[in-house]
Write a protein that binds this ligand. Structure first.
Ligand code: SIN
Length: 191
């Protein structure tokens, strides 16, 4: 699959007939809401785990030196906290462009973090069959790649550090993210 997913997302899943759509964000979509939304709510998705296994050619790296950004992998007993946004369907023109580097959107169920309510909404996931996928590596290796990558949206380290701060603000502990953060901070201190 090509790593530009704009056409696939728009063809597979037209949204214009809907009045509004919920979106679950678990990476930069938690801390960088550069789109209009009707409301937002801290949320959690079950059966998925956040992993820095997706390459970024267009935001936090380049085609020659991709950065590493978050995707979700299916793990039956796992949970992943994030932020849900209710948006109008036209906002997906922007979102599909922003998430074009390998992410496909699909409908799933997520729950509010602080109340027993669930909603149906979209989530963008970059799976192993996209051309930008990098796959597993140790947290130390991921931190080294992040420390050395930058792209049009800024340093890759900023993506990781802002996500870690946003998770702390949600009261969430994510072992994978916080281990990479600790390794990254050591590398950044070494200069
Ligand atoms: C997301 O945040 O939900 C998707 C990955 C990203 O844009 O960082």
């Amino acid at each position: 699959m090509s790593h530009n997913t704009i056409a696939i997302n728009q063809q597979q899943q037209p949204l214009d007939h809907l009045e509004s759509v919920w979106l679950f964000g678990y990476g930069s979509l938690i801390y960088k809401a550069d789109f209009p939304y009707l409301q937002r709510h801290p949320a959690v998705i079950h059966g998925w785990q956040r992993r820095f296994w997706q390459g970024s050619h267009d935001h936090r790296g380049t085609p020659e030196a991709p950065g590493r950004v978050a995707t979700l992998i299916e793990v039956p007993e796992a949970r992943c906290a994030g932020m849900a946004y209710e948006v109008t369907p036209d906002v997906f023109a922007h979102l599909d462009h922003r998430e074009k580097n390998g992410y496909l959107r699909f409908f799933t169920t997520f729950a509010w973090l602080d109340e027993p309510a669930t909603v149906e909404g979209l989530v963008y996931v970059a799976g192993p069959d996209n051309a930008a996928y990098l796959g597993p590596a140790s947290e130390a290796e991921i931190a080294t790649q992040i420390a050395n990558s930058a792209g049009p949206s800024g340093p890759n380290s900023e993506y990781l550090l802002k996500l870690a701060d946003a998770l702390r603000a949600l009261g969430e502990h994510d072992e994978h993210v916080f281990t990479i953060e600790a390794e990254l901070k050591k590398l950044l201190q070494q200069g």
